[in-house]
Design a protein around this ligand. Structure first.
Ligand SMILES: Nc1ncnc2c1ncn2[C@@H]1O[C@H](COP(=O)(O)OP(=O)(O)OP(=O)(O)O)[C@@H](O)[C@H]1O
Length: 130
């Protein structure tokens, strides 16, 4: 069966539209966007090594993937159950829990990566001199 190239590019366009909808509609997605830009700028500034880039990008990707799935689930719940239902709330909370787990993982990775580039010894010496 041949590969339909225009169809492939069409589906990439739809996926990019999905990400745009997410950033416009979700406050948390805008927080992820600002954090992603800041982390990448800090990584460039501190000239972190390849392995650290890999770990950071993995953590960032995990947050974006879970946020996109969470947003899709939220919209699906709003569509099928716009009225208040306990199960609808639980479904949304579970999806949000996945984002929280990914965000905590990203925070821990960020601290582990960047702390290695900070001049702790210099700061400690300065501290003792005071
Ligand atoms: N249909 C519903 N039935 C029961 N509980 C709901 C329902 N919709 C939302 N909730 C509860 O409210 C929480 C927040 O809802 P939601 O994720 O839609 O965020 P929001 O802040 O209300 O809206 P948005 O994210 O679109 O700004 C959910 O995690 C869930 O606990």
């Amino acid at each position: 069966m041949p590969i339909n190239v225009p169809k492939f590019f069409r589906s990439v366009r739809y996926a990019l539209h999905g990400l745009k909808v997410m950033v416009y509609s979700e406050n948390n997605a805008r927080i992820h966007l600002v954090s992603t830009v800041l982390v990448i700028l800090l990584g460039i500034f501190l000239q972190i090594d390849f392995r650290d880039w890999f770990n950071l990008l993995l953590a960032i990707t995990l947050v974006w993937v879970t946020e996109a799935i969470n947003t899709a689930i939220e919209k699906m719940v709003d569509m099928v159950s716009p009225e208040y239902r306990k199960i609808a709330g639980e479904i949304k909370d579970l999806a949000a829990g996945a984002v929280l787990v990914a965000a905590i993982f990203a925070l821990v990775i960020g601290i582990m990566v960047f702390q290695a580039y900070l001049p702790w010894e210099e700061w400690l010496e300065e501290g003792f001199k005071l």
